[in-house]
Design a protein around this ligand. Structure first.
Ligand code: HEC
Length: 259
């Protein structure tokens, strides 16, 4: 028993430390501040996704008609505004199809050095804050094949697909001599931060909203059931209370003649 308990404690600790390591980036993540119940934001996020991302990334576990339902859109709205891709069979996708593109990962891998992963579960694996920060963290880096790098995902293979909206950023390094008594003589303390080189088509706050909508959409996609889980939970609890009352009176009825 003791061994079992110790094992449990250790494996839980390992799980947590893994979580910390996975998100243990050098750069602190920004809060995404998303709301998966905001249907307008989900619909906008879906629209940006099909326009800017789906050329490379699929969402193999999502169907268009489920999205229509959850984002408060009609099937026709989805068919007209969100379906631009054809499936693996080369035919235009239909409303009941999964959200996949016709691209073959191997082809793209050749171009980018890494295959664009399916993003169905990225909202769960990486979390909203990570995606939000990642999409804001591209900067010009001529040493990289795509000409850009990313502070959240160093040496990423993805180009800065939203550059038209955000404009370009560069990474600025500020060094000050380290406080005396710390480290060797002449040691420097450096901080890095992103500064805008030229503005994009939309303002900074507007860009944040675009990225927030995409993030919201991807977090929703990671677990569509989260929209309904809590409502179902309330019904389950209500049922249990009602059933409890019925069971209580039934028990009273059964035992009333037993003394
Ligand atoms: C031109 C192709 C292309 C487009 C368009 C594109 N990506 Fe990517 N993306 C990639 C590639 C390639 C990678 C893999 C990078 C690597 O592993 O170095 C990637 C990786 C990612 C990752 C990291 C996944 C992970 O967990 O490792 C996220 C998140 C992501 N893309 C989101 C987006 C979003 C959101 C959009 C639309 C705004 C988008 N991408 C558009 C090519 C693309």
């Amino acid at each position: 028993m003791k061994k079992l308990l110790a094992g449990l404690v250790l494996s839980t600790a390992a799980l947590f430390s893994q979580g910390v390591m996975a998100s243990g980036d050098v750069v602190p993540l920004e809060k995404a501040d998303i709301d998966v119940h905001n249907q307008a934001s989900l619909a906008r996020g879906a629209k940006y996704f099909v326009n800017y991302c789906m050329g490379c990334h699929s969402l193999a576990f999502s169907r268009y008609n489920r999205l229509a339902l959850d984002a408060g859109l009609t099937d026709q709205q989805v068919q007209e505004n969100l379906i631009f891709t054809s499936g693996k069979d080369g035919e235009m996708s239909k409303i009941g199809d999964n959200m996949v593109n016709a691209m073959r990962p191997a082809d793209v891998e050749e171009g980018f050095g890494a295959a664009p992963p399916d993003l169905s579960l990225t909202g769960r694996l990486r979390g909203g804050d990570w995606i939000y920060s990642y999409l804001k963290a591209f900067y010009v880096d001529p040493t990289r094949p795509m000409g850009v790098n990313n502070t959240v995902f160093p040496n990423v293979g993805m180009p800065h697909v939203l550059w038209e909206l955000q404009g370009w950023q560069k990474l600025e390094k500020n060094c000050t001599p380290a406080a005396e008594g710390h480290g060797e003589h002449g040691a420097q303390h450096c901080t890095e931060h992103l500064v805008s080189l030229n503005p994009g088509k939309i303002s900074g706050p507007e860009y944040n909203q675009v990225v927030r909508d995409i993030t919201n959409f991807l977090v929703y996609v990671g677990e569509p059931a989260q929209l309904h889980r809590k409502t179902i939970g309330v019904f389950v609890l209500l049922f249990m209370v009602l059933f409890g009352i019925v069971a209580y009176f039934l028990k009273k009825e059964y035992w009333k003649d037993v003394h």
